[in-house]
Design a protein around this ligand. Sequence first.
Ligand code: AGV
Ligand code: CA
Length: 310
Amino acid sequence: MNRKIYFNHDGGVDDLVSLFLLLKMDTVELTGVSVIPADCYLEPAMFASRKIIDRFGYGGLDVAASNSRGKNPFPKDWRMHAFYVDALPVLNESGKVVTPVAEKPAHLHLIDTVLATEEKTTLLFTGPLTDLARALDEAPEIEEKIEKLVWMGGTFREAGNVHEPEHDGTAEWNVFWDPEAAARVWDTSIEIDLVALESTNQVPLTLDVRERWAKERKYLGVDFLGQCYAMVPPLVHFSTNSTYYLWDVLTTAFVGNRDLVKVQTINSIVHADGPSQGRTVETADGRPVNVVYDVNRNAFFDYMTELAKK
Ligand code: AGV
Ligand code: CA
């Protein structure tokens, strides 16, 4: 029996590639998809998601739009990426969009989907946790129908990836966008598997990976990977704040194949406000999260590239 997955993402290149890969996995079944306008603009991210499902997925899915708002907005340059993916010819060849927009906003769509699914649902979040926090406030009874949460977010190192005025740089962006939402989710008994910032250090976008996808572009799905990762800066000489890692794709691959990574449990808290807002810190009396600390890089890239050929 396939595991049931509900996917909430925020329209970045790696969020949209994650949706594509989920649709290719034969061990999981997507029960719902929703989009939150954090690291994206909502309209192109909604269109791109619906078109990816049309082109590479299966029927029966709709896509819900979030009406959540964050505390700290993402940089505009990054939010633009969804426009580029949405415009790719491979997603526009048919000239129509079939997968519908869900009637309800994302957090209510999540509640309905989880309650309507007989088995427990695994939640995959590759953006901020706002829609989950709101769903839990609205319908606390969903908690017992959640198998676990797999999230890309947080860091347990000193240096995060938020470089903004009035902040001390210790946070990861998905927590920083809505620190209170993360704190709300920490305050539950939901099991959390975490791909933190440092979990992805072994999977930067590099030129050899791009060359591999270029060589195998005769496969439509591999060409799609290459087109998507042509839009964002690779790691060449040294890592900057704009260097792209396969953050969300590693998180998604982890859902499909746990053997790609090693995991350790860390007790932690979330800073909800102040100059360290969004920081996740290891503390003995914090709540447990299962953090990825080692990745088999070659096996990971093989796995995602092979999925794309299906
Ligand atoms: O912090 C990583 C998260 C992931 O969910 N996002 C991008 C991934 O989708 C924010 C982010 C950090 N650095 C970025 C980001 C960059 N250089 N470009 C775009 N987004
Ligand atoms: Ca993301």
